[in-house]
Design a protein around this ligand. Structure first.
Ligand code: SAM
Ligand code: SF4
Ligand code: SF4
Length: 327
């Protein structure tokens, strides 16, 4: 049977109010870009049906993502429907609507939230996200999420060489002593629109060297082998900092993550070219065990190890965008 399908990421929309240069650059996701037609987007009931069908395969956690998931109307309704299934529910968001939504998300049963924040300086944030949303709005959203018990709240920062290295110590300073865990992510070659080159990746080892000049960080054990982040703590107990080294230290061997796009395609790896279309089975099937068997069939045949094969020729096929497949 192989690895369990423990972690499912559900993209609820391929739309976003940001145009982060490394994810949805405006010249490729402008007015002419064709987002998924509304009629193809799974309803909350259909998402619930799919999630339920994954439970016999070992599912324990669902992460709601996108695009920007809080653009989807009445997201707490979906959170309620999924938490009623007895699963841990997490959300990844750019934070722009979090201040408004945190209370109803928490009431609906959301367990945890991760906010993407690549810069503390307003100029840098506006440049990176190509949006007018203010950093102070996002920080207020983070505070609101913390006070509503959506923790430990995590802040993810994608580091790009020559762009936002200056923000690394600022983010650590900002969240030290607040209980919020900042995690630095190596810029990845997902999709085909962000112009990724290996030279733009700042490896974790370099970030750690840099941070050690100001902070005394000591390593912690990972909770489980499938944890994506390596965890470090300030030696004075004032908080935790994480690192996701998807490029410099790939972790495909322990990967237990699947992704469902908002139009019902199942992806077994962030870097696959093709998804497995489950939409018909989700929409029309009246026997839930058939859906479970179809998912099992896809999952047990998977052999993805993209990050570990990154430099080989086998990985030069076109890839789906992260905003579509769900980060
Ligand atoms: N819009 C939400 C957000 O930004 O949190 C959820 C979707 S977004 C695609 C999920 C995560 O993917 C974000 O933390 C984002 O920084 C990350 N991401 C997008 N493109 C990336 C890339 N090329 N390399 C590394 N992380 C990336
Ligand atoms: Fe939108 Fe998130 Fe992609 Fe930025 S990273 S463009 S916020 S989906
Ligand atoms: Fe999992 Fe694919 Fe990422 Fe490897 S590259 S860790 S298989 S999602």
């Amino acid at each position: 049977m192989g690895r369990p399908l423990r972690d499912l990421r559900v993209s609820v929309t391929d739309r976003c109010n940001f145009r982060c240069r490394y994810c949805m650059p405006r010249e490729r996701f402008g007015k002419e870009h064709k987002f998924l037609p509304k009629r193809n987007i799974l309803s909350y009931e259909q998402i619930q049906k799919f999630v339920l069908a994954c439970k016999p395969l070992g599912l324990g956690k669902v992460r709601i993502t996108g695009g920007e998931p809080l653009l989807r109307r009445d997201l707490p309704k979906l959170v309620r429907q999924l938490s009623d299934l007895g699963l841990e529910i997490a959300l990844t968001t750019n934070g722009s609507f979090l201040k408004r939504e945190a209370e109803s998300l928490a009431e609906a049963g959301l367990d945890r939230v991760t906010i993407s924040l690549d810069a503390i300086d307003q100029d840098m944030h506006s440049r990176m996200t190509d949006s007018n949303v203010t950093v102070s709005d996002i920080l207020e959203g983070i505070e609101e999420a913390t006070s509503r018990g959506l923790g430990p709240v995590k802040v993810n920062c994608v580091v790009q060489r020559g762009v936002n290295e200056s923000q690394i110590p600022k983010l650590v300073r900002q969240f030290r002593g607040t209980g919020v865990i900042v995690r630095f992510i190596e810029f990845m070659d997902v999709g085909g629109t962000n112009g990724w080159t290996p030279g733009q990746v700042v490896p974790t080892s370099e970030i750690l060297d840099f941070l050690s000049k100001e902070f005394d960080l000591v390593p912690m054990m990972r909770d489980t082998p499938s944890d994506v982040a390596s965890r470090w703590v300030h030696s004075d107990g004032s908080g935790e900092v994480g690192f996701i080294s998807s490029v410099s230290q790939p972790f495909c061997g322990d990967c237990v993550r699947a992704r469902l796009s908002s139009d019902g395609k199942l992806f077994t790896c962030l870097f696959t070219t093709l998804g497995h279309d489950m939409s018909e089975l989700i929409r029309d099937g009246d026997d839930p065990s058939k859906l479970t068997e179809a998912i099992r069939e896809v999952w047990t045949r998977r052999s993805d190890r993209y990050s570990e094969d990154r430099s080989s020729d086998a990985v030069s096929l076109p890839r789906v965008e992260m905003s579509y497949i769900g980060g």
